[in-house]
Design a protein. Structure first.
Lengths: 115, 117
């Protein structure tokens, strides 16, 4: 089954304690990205990756890091989390090869609470 | 830059009512347009899409037509069900020839729909 898997689904932690949210896809997609969802703002892109070892900032990258060492994985790293990073996070993947009508696939989300 | 504006919610309807959720966009070129749905506790699922002007996307009784002259992509359904209760997001991807599904999605703020029996 084609899927994007995020872990953990829920996390409550404290300011300054480094955390990593993992994202893995099994569709051999080149493109992966991270979004955060906040009430009234919709989803905003944090970082994206066009392929292995190729990453770039999205609209709201401050306070986040990513890496893309393998094609299937795209972890989101919060080195020193702060309360304004409390949000619902989604990982997504898609391919830029083949038909243009392939949809982007989203994970089920990770709800982070930073106290 | 690109932007998407959706009608503000929440929208509350009775079962079998007609639904319209307005969506307008600002973008250069020819974006691809999407509606995503988010059921409670779940991730986003693609509901429908349109990649060029006058295209109509449809799925599960929902429809939306890509109107370049009004830069709109309004979502409609003739008869909603309780199971349609969810958050609906309009989104676009900057266009390429023939439309594209990869790249950054620019989302509207989302519209909460609640359908009562």
């Amino acid at each position: 089954e084609a899927q994007v898997t995020q872990n953990p689904r829920y996390l409550i932690t404290v300011t300054g304690k480094k955390l990593t949210v993992t994202c893995s896809q099994n569709m051999n997609h080149e493109y992966m990205s991270w979004y955060r969802q906040d009430p009234g703002l919709g989803l905003r892109q944090i970082y994206y990756s066009m392929n292995v070892e190729v990453t770039d900032k999205g609209d709201v990258p401050e306070g986040y890091k990513v890496s893309r060492k393998e094609k299937r994985n795209f972890p989101l790293i919060l080195e020193s989390p702060s309360p304004n990073q409390t949000s619902l996070y989604f990982c997504a993947s898609s391919s830029y090869r083949g038909p243009s009508n392939q949809p982007q696939h989203f994970g089920d989300g990770t709800r982070l609470s930073i106290l | 830059g690109n932007s998407v504006t959706q009608m503000e919610g929440p929208v509350t309807l009775s079962e079998e009512a007609f639904l319209t959720i307005n969506c307008t966009y600002t973008a250069t070129g020819y974006p691809s347009l999407f509606w995503y749905v988010q059921y409670p506790g779940e991730g986003l699922q693609l509901l429908l899409k349109a990649t060029k002007a006058d295209d109509k996307g449809s799925n599960k009784g929902f429809e939306a037509t890509y109107r370049k002259e009004t830069t709109s992509f309004h979502l409609e359904k003739g008869s909603v069900q309780v199971s349609d209760s969810a958050v609906y997001f309009c989104a676009l991807i900057k266009g390429g020839a023939g439309g594209t599904s990869y790249g950054k999605l620019t989302f509207g703020q989302g519209t909460i729909l609640t359908v009562h029996p």
